[in-house]
Design a protein around this ligand. Structure first.
Ligand code: ADP
Ligand code: MG
Length: 375
């Protein structure tokens, strides 16, 4: 395996690259001509709903699954290209993988679990000893070497699985929903640990999850996958603030969405009329007068205030239909005069009550306008 990778756009070295990679199972296209590159030293999340092809993509990366078409490059070398009859098995790819189930063998000791990839690579015994101890120390499991895998908690199994995936010092680490079996507290801890480990070792990580908060929190870039295709790829903030498709928009975070029609376009401002008659102003252009649009605003860009009879610019009235106290805030279901509804969080201080009329003040620059969607 060549040490150097290939240069991608912007000069970042790519350690793993999918070029129009497709995978079919019994004629059904599960991964559909995806283009995806993992840059050296980054954490790239592959985020999408269950069944969209994430695990299949990861399994093709490491060679547990063959592609049906396209080419997979690893460190500048083709490792899977059916048209060229190229296929390198996992032990010839410099990658580690942690499965969703962890796949820690219960009857083997922690030591032997971690030693396994070295034994398949025929590493000499004294070196195995040293490397396994070092790998266990890295994840804080050095005191558990003799314990059977079956006598570990979920968090400990996860650490052993990571130690095993790193023991032969792979260039690339692949993680398949690695935190989904951990409780919330441990999940946060392990995420931080992973980030630190990644920085210390300079690892490049391709990380699969269906959990949007997790993807946004730990990744340098996120690729949103839907039905076998990559829908959008970018930095977390970029995807959150500038979704390019309705699917990406609705997959990440919450919105208050209201149907509207464009009244007028003047000097970079779009004036839209909502279904209840109120007019609001957005800074975004691109929609002609008369066009039916969807107004979408992130709830955190909205000021919620008690109705005091004033009617400032860019304000909409709503009624609190249901209110749930969450401790640090309220969750509220709002109903607009048009009959449309929205779920939002309201600050804990504010004296909210069900049936109350409130006002939503929208920042013009935070208003997204989309072409109207059929209900
Ligand atoms: N070995 C297989 N044989 C047939 N279908 C498969 C196989 N592996 C996965 N699939 C199908 O491919 C689709 C994508 O699966 P998967 O990659 O596991 O999705 P995800 O990890 O995003 O949930 C699913 O519809 C799944 O049933
Ligand atoms: Mg999966």
């Amino acid at each position: 395996m060549a040490e150097s990778g290939s240069e991608g756009e912007g000069g970042a070295e790519e350690v793993l690259r999918f070029e129009a990679v497709t995978r079919r199972f019994d004629g059904a296209v599960v991964v559909d001509a995806i283009e995806l590159a993992l840059r050296r030293g980054e954490i790239l999340a592959l985020l999408g709903p269950s069944g969209c092809g994430k695990t299949t993509t990861l399994r093709m990366a490491i060679g547990l699954e063959r592609s049906s078409a396209g080419r997979i490059m690893h460190g500048g070398v083709a490792v899977d290209a059916p048209a060229e009859r190229i296929f390198a098995p996992p032990e010839r790819r410099n990658m580690g993988i942690v499965f969703q189930s962890y796949a820690v063998w219960p009857h083997l000791s922690v030591f032997e679990n971690v030693a396994f990839p070295l034994r398949t690579r025929k590493v000499a015994e004294p070196e195995i000893e040293a490397r396994v101890r070092a790998s266990l120390a890295r994840v804080g499991m050095q005191d558990f070497a003799e314990r059977p895998g079956g006598k570990l908690s979920g968090g400990q199994q996860q650490r052993v699985a990571i130690a095993r995936s790193l023991v032969y010092e792979p260039q690339v680490l692949l993680l398949d929903e690695p935190f989904s079996n951990l409780d919330a507290h441990l999940r946060h801890q392990v995420r931080r640990d992973l980030r630190q480990l990644q920085r210390e070792l300079g690892l490049s990580i391709l990380f699969v999850t269906h959990d949007q908060a997790e993807a946004l929190a730990i990744s340098d870039r996120v690729a949103i996958m839907r039905a076998g295709r990559i829908e959008q790829i970018g930095a977390p903030q970029d995807l959150y603030e500038r979704p390019q498709t309705p699917f990406v928009r609705d997959f990440l975070g919450r919105w208050v969405k209201l149907a509207a029609a464009v009244d007028a376009v003047r000097g970079g401002e779009t004036h839209v009329a909502l279904a209840d008659g109120a007019t609001i102003v957005a800074l975004q252009g691109g929609h002609a007068p008369g066009a039916r649009v969807l107004v979408a605003v992130r709830p955190e860009r909205i000021a919620f205030v008690a109705d005091d009879g004033r009617a400032p610019r860019n304000a909409i009235a709503a009624t609190i239909r249901a209110l749930h106290f969450l401790g640090d805030q309220y969750e509220a279901e709002l109903a607009f005069a048009s009959g449309e509804t929205a779920h939002v969080f309201l600050p804990a201080v504010g004296g909210w009550r069900e049936g109350q009329t409130i006002r939503l003040e929208l920042a013009p620059e935070a208003i997204h306008l989309w072409p109207a969607e059929e209900a």
